[in-house]
Design a protein around this ligand. Structure first.
Ligand code: ADP
Ligand code: MG
Length: 350
């Protein structure tokens, strides 16, 4: 396995955990690839494992090509380039799907998740390769914030088009695209004879389908957000997806202050809500992805309120002060190990 600085420990831990069984292993195919700006790892078991894996890789590459806003010919770039032109842009169905899901999450999160955050991401230098990090001035941010407005993103399913009604607006799907890809692969794998799959789309987004080789739920280690060498615990998942948003994923430090890449669309600044990381678990991976970003922005109290009002996700929220809050749906499948590092675990009930 090729390891580099960004290779998440999670992959390694997951593979180790998955390989512990002594039972006969069904045929299993696996591959690592770089897509959506991250190292991904797919593992698929069953008679059609290899065939399904090939199809999954092709689909991932297709989605990456559509949704990459740094690729001039992508669907997303064409949408962004036409902002304010008044001309709707014809897009692939998959692109329209993600945009619609993103809009839904925007509405449901009261704007904490907003895929039109791109101009502000760029001002911080978070949009590119990481060489241009900077702290924008207050005036610069104030001028950009009116461009963060999901209501100006119009999707017309019947016509197969979308448009941004304000000039200089841009969509960034970094907070939902990997989840959407996980859902697409899950749907694709249903067409093959597979007994299980672990789709690791960059560790922060994973889908655990069917059974792991040897039987039973997939076991996925969650890292301690404060130290990649340590883990908070292990989640046992079957036919569920998880997504983690953490301030440790992408950040820079200037004049002793650390700035990370999850932005509050209201202020344009990195969200500071006392959260180190939040992992969302649910059947729908796009939703888990978007909600992990949104809950990070919303903070502990609003996250709880939202969870109580819905039944389509659970979460594990790790606070700065060492509390790990786990919603009751995960009580039986999360084995907490953070006590070894000074964390305490609390179950949240409806
Ligand atoms: P990651 O993808 O790094 O694992 P997230 O799922 O939390 O973590 O997504 C963070 C990404 O989402 C950022 O890199 C950016 O592209 C985008 N983003 C940042 N803030 C927001 C926000 N408030 N709403 C929607 N997308 C956001
Ligand atoms: Mg997310």
């Amino acid at each position: 396995m090729k390891l580099n600085r960004t290779t998440p420990l999670l992959i390694l831990l997951t593979v180790l955990l998955a390989g512990c069984s002594g039972a006969a292993q069904p045929e299993s195919a696996s591959r690592e690839l770089f897509a959506m700006d991250t190292l991904m790892s797919l593992q698929i078991s069953g008679p059609d494992g290899q065939e399904a894996l090939d199809a999954a890789v092709t689909e991932l590459q297709r989605l990456d090509a559509l949704l990459d806003r740094n690729e001039p010919d992508s669907d997303l770039s064409r949408l962004n380039a036409a902002a304010g032109s008044g001309t709707p842009v014809a897009l692939e169905e998959a692109t329209l799907d993600v945009l619609e899901e993103a809009l839904l999450c925007s509405a449901d999160s009261g704007g904490a998740f907003d895929c039109t955050i791109a101009p502000v991401m760029d001002a911080w230098g978070f949009g590119g390769s990481g060489d241009n990090y900077r702290v924008p001035g207050d005036e610069e941010l104030a001028a950009l914030l009116p461009l963060v407005d999901s209501s100006a993103l119009l999707v017309d399913r019947d016509a197969g088009t979308a448009q941004l009604t304000q000039a200089h607006m841009e969509v960034d799907l970094g907070g939902i695209a990997k989840g959407y890809a996980a859902d697409s692969l899950t749907a694709l794998l249903a067409e093959y004879e597979v007994s299980g799959a672990l789709l690791d789309l960059g560790s922060s987004t994973m889908a655990a389908l069917g059974e792991r080789p040897g039987g039973g739920a997939w076991r996925i280690a969650l890292r301690d957000p404060a130290d990649a060498e340590q883990r908070l615990g292990v989640l046992s998942l079957q036919d569920q997806s998880l997504s983690t948003s953490g301030s440790y994923e992408r950040y820079f430090t200037q004049d002793g202050v650390t700035y990370h890449h999850i932005l509050d669309p209201e202020t344009g600044y990195p969200a500071e809500t006392g959260i180190l990381s939040v992992t969302v678990v649910g059947e729908n991976a796009a939703l888990a992805d978007a909600w992990s970003t949104a809950l990070f922005v919303l903070g502990e109290d609003k996250a709880l309120e939202l969870w109580k009002s819905r039944d389509d996700f659970d979460y594990i929220l790790c606070c700065f002060d060492g509390r790990v809050l786990v919603t009751e749906g995960l009580e039986d499948c999360f084995a907490f190990e953070g006590d070894a590092y000074g964390y305490t675990c609390e179950i949240l009930r409806r």
